[in-house]
Each structure stands twice: as C-alpha cells, then as structure tokens.
Write a protein that binds this ligand. Structure first.
Ligand SMILES: Nc1ncnc2c1ncn2[C@@H]1O[C@H](COP(=O)(O)OP(=O)(O)OP(=O)(O)O)[C@@H](O)[C@H]1O
Ligand SMILES: [Mg+2]
Length: 337
C-alpha cells in the first residue's frame, strides 16, 4: 500500500458555551471539520496549510488518536484511528506542541531516555538511539544534551520535541506547527531536517502550518484547509498553476493611523475589482492584489490612486509571479493569513 494516511469525510464539532452576562450562557456548536478527505502518500512531506481556527490541530489530534471524530473514517498506516488506536500509537511519532510534556528538571538527554523507556525501549539500544537522535536534531553539536530542559531556548525545545517523536523510529511523523515561534535560522534548520527525514530516511511526514512560505519550501503536497474544509489539494507547483495566469501586485506603504485597514481593503476591492490583502511589515504595510496579466498597469494605477486618496506614503511597488498566498486569496476571496 502506498498510502500512509487515508481520511474520508471526517467530521468533528465542539460544543462551547458563550457567556452572556453574569449567570447566562449560550450553547454554541463549532463545526471544526466539515467532512474532510485526503490521502498522504508514503515517503512524502504533506502539509495541512490554513489560517488560525481552520481545523489543522483538530485533524492531527484525530490522526494521533488523541481525539475522537464524530463521523467519517481515518486510517493511519492501515489502522483505523478509532477501532485500532493502540496499533496506530505504536507506529507513529507525534509532536503536537513543542513545549508541552517534558520534564523541566531533567536534561534533554534524560528526557529522551525517560520517554524511550515509556515506549518500551531499553539498554544499549535506547542509549544509542538517544545519542543518534541528539546528533540528528543538532542538540549534540550545540552541546546542550546535558543542559536542563528548563534552560532550553525555544529552538532547542523544538529540536528535542522532534527527537522525541522519532524515538521509536516511526514510519510516520505528525507535527503540529513545528516551527511556530522559532527564529528564521532555527526554523530553517528544522525544515531541512523534516525534508531529510522524509526524502533520505523514507519516512512520511505530516505537518500543519499557517506559514505559506514554509509549506512552499518543505511540502511535496499541500492541502489548504479553511473553516473546516479542504479547499485545494495538490503539489505546490500544481496549486500555483491555478493562479499562473495572474501576477501579484505588491505595494509597500505607510498608512496613516486614522485610516482603518478594513476601509482601505474595501476601497481597493471596489476600485480594482480584485480581492486584496494587507500585511504589517517593517513598520509599514504590504498591500497585495492578485491581478490578471492584461490589466497589470491599469490596476496598479487604480490601487496607487486609492492609496494616494487615503494619504498613504508609497515606498515600493513590485509586480511578481504568484505564490501560495495568492492561491489562498484567489480561492477564498479572503485577505490571506
Ligand atoms: N476544545 C475545543 N473546544 C471548543 N472549540 C474548539 C476546541 N478546539 C478547537 N476548537 C475550535 O475548532 C476550530 C478549529 O480549531 P483548530 O485548533 O483545529 O484550528 P487550527 O487550524 O489548529 O488553528 P490554529 O492555527 O489557531 O492552531 C476553531 O474554531 C476552534 O475555536
Ligand atoms: Mg492549531
């Protein structure tokens, strides 16, 4: 079988209570997964990409057997995540949070030995495996294997978390936002490691991310998830083909404090006829519009006029090939994330 994960029509809702005044509360049902389906092939790095609240963590928790789905089916390495949960747990490595679950008063090395023993590893094998992993994730090179976990930086914790997920030499590794909060060099190291684990060691890697750049450089295939639904699934190149005919107009500008971003977005959409997005960047803002090729000049002029009318100081205008971000904007009409 060439599939590591098969997900069919998976649904999950949460019941929450919204506080209404001091004594009243209102029941609300959140449909976190509205029947998603996807497959992950063996040996690939697969990314679940989506904004906050899209349903990424819910999906990986179900696949890791930590949460029961309401409906649908999910199989991991051939095993059903509900009916054969114990078998699933024996063959996967999971890191759902970089910081949770470690012992603060143990060193990194001791933590790995402890969790290795929990997984039933022992003796020379465990000792060697821990050393191998400390080296693989670069903690040995940093000479911090004997440092207390509480003294670890976030980057070191992320590496240790990956090492723990690899302890049992799993065929499938599931990681929820593995680079969240890391500085660019640490994030880059970790991303390189993920690709190596899949492409050199033949493991399957499933990551979630809200970082489009990360998905673009790490993943063989990406499922874009939004509001509990998968809205696109393809290779990064395949996804980009969907906007290949478009260009991406980016304007870097300083917006006056009195102009709300929403007003500007609305005006830009009205005037250019295309959805646009605004991202804070370097103390100013990056305004982005996805543009059909024939109209680039006209739309650039229109967008600049809107910015000028709202007293924005334009510093840079760029017209580029589209990215995954543009795919998301085109598919959802939303302003990116
Ligand atoms: N335990 C819970 N109780 C109630 N609602 C929840 C719970 N966990 C998640 N949700 C809701 O389910 C939806 C999906 O959440 P989920 O954590 O899966 O999203 P996510 O894609 O991982 O987001 P993020 O990028 O913020 O981590 C959200 O609307 C969230 O508020
Ligand atoms: Mg999440």
């Amino acid at each position: 079988m060439d599939k590591a994960i098969i997900v069919k029509n998976l649904t999950k809702s949460y019941v929450t209570y919204l506080r209404k005044g001091l004594f009243k509360r209102e029941k609300k049902i959140v449909h976190a997964l509205k029947g998603i389906s996807f497959d992950v092939k063996k040996g690939e790095v697969f990314g679940l990409l989506g904004p906050n609240g899209a349903g990424k963590t819910t999906t990986v928790k179900i696949l890791s057997t930590l949460l029961l789905p309401d409906g649908g089916e999910a199989r991991v390495l051939g095993y059903d995540v509900v009916k054969e949960a114990a078998k699933v747990r024996k063959v996967i490595g999971v890191s759902l949070s970089v910081e949770k679950g470690f012992f603060w008063k143990l060193t990194g090395r001791e933590n790995l030995i402890y969790f290795g023993m929990l997984y039933g590893l022992n003796g020379e094998y465990l000792k060697n495996r821990v050393e191998e992993l400390l080296e693989l994730v670069g903690l040995k090179q940093l000479e911090v294997g004997d440092k207390l976990y509480e003294e670890y930086s976030l980057g070191m914790k992320a590496r240790l978390s990956l090492a723990r997920a690899l302890l049992i030499d799993p065929q499938l590794v599931i990681l929820d936002e593995p680079t969240l909060g890391l500085d660019p060099p640490s994030a880059r190291m970790l991303r390189e490691m993920l690709v190596k684990i899949a492409h050199k060691e033949g493991k399957t890697v499933l990551i979630t991310t809200h970082n489009m750049f990360e998905a673009e450089i790490v993943c063989d295939r990406v499922a874009i998830i939004n509001e509990g639904e998968i809205i696109a699934l393809d290779t990064v190149e395949g996804l980009k083909q969907r906007v290949a005919d478009n260009m991406s107009l980016e304007i870097f500008a300083f917006l006056p404090a009195e102009v709300p971003q929403e007003t500007l977005l609305l005006k830009l959409r009205e005037t250019t006829g295309h959805p646009s997005s605004i991202f804070a960047e370097n103390g100013g803002y990056r305004v982005k519009v996805v543009v059909p090729p024939g109209n680039v000049d006209e739309i650039t002029a229109k967008a600049l006029r809107v910015l000028h009318e709202h007293k924005c100081s334009v510093r840079r205008v760029e017209i580029r090939e589209p990215t995954l971000e543009d795919v998301f904007i085109k598919l959802t009409g939303k302003t990116g994330f």
